[in-house]
Design a protein around this ligand. Structure first.
Ligand code: PH2
Ligand code: MG
Ligand code: MG
Length: 159
């Protein structure tokens, strides 16, 4: 299955944690096909925290959605993720944005990610690698969603 994962870090060596995410996922059968640029992004939701580095991975896996979620959580834990403050600072966050074009809404796992279309820090990198991908919920392309988003938080492409 083709999947899109949003990766973020705002503690410590943020570049290192993003590279480490790709490696840890690969060790669990989630093969990164393409990685968007790294973006420096202003915090959302919980504002009093360091700026993030964010990117989006296009990956291929034969894991099912629950196994993929488990793999993401394991890689976060392997990278010293602490869960003390919801939406607060973290070494590594890996969120499943799309699992093919499947729609999954159950306790503990919602795909497409319920807030991705409101977040510029997801849409900018996603639009870089998959502008024509159609969100199965809204029926809109990523390009359209990015044009329509009103998120004022700053997103700067680094490289
Ligand atoms: N993640 C959050 C909350 N706020 N802000 C930015 N810029 N980037 C993130 O990855 C992020 C956030 C919760 O997961
Ligand atoms: Mg997140
Ligand atoms: Mg998360």
């Amino acid at each position: 299955m083709l999947v899109y994962l949003a990766v973020g870090s705002n503690i410590g060596d943020r570049q290192h944690y993003i590279r480490s995410a790709i490696q840890g996922l690969s060790a669990r059968g989630v093969r990164t096909i393409r990685c968007a640029s790294i973006y420096l992004t202003e915090p959302r939701d919980f504002l009093d925290q360091p700026w993030f580095l964010n990117t989006v991975l296009e990956a291929s896996t034969s894991l099912d959605p629950d196994q993929l979620l488990r793999a993401c959580l394991e890689v976060e834990e392997e990278n010293l993720r602490k869960r003390d403050l919801s939406k607060g600072p973290r070494t590594l966050d890996i969120d499943i944005i799309f699992f093919g074009r499947e729609i999954i809404r159950k306790h503990g796992l919602e795909i497409p990610h319920p807030r991705f279309s409101k977040r510029r820090f997801v849409l900018e990198p996603l639009a870089e690698i998959a502008p024509e991908f159609v969100d199965p919920v809204s029926g809109k392309t990523i390009r359209q969603l990015l044009e329509e988003v009103s998120d004022p938080a700053l997103v700067e492409r680094l490289r």
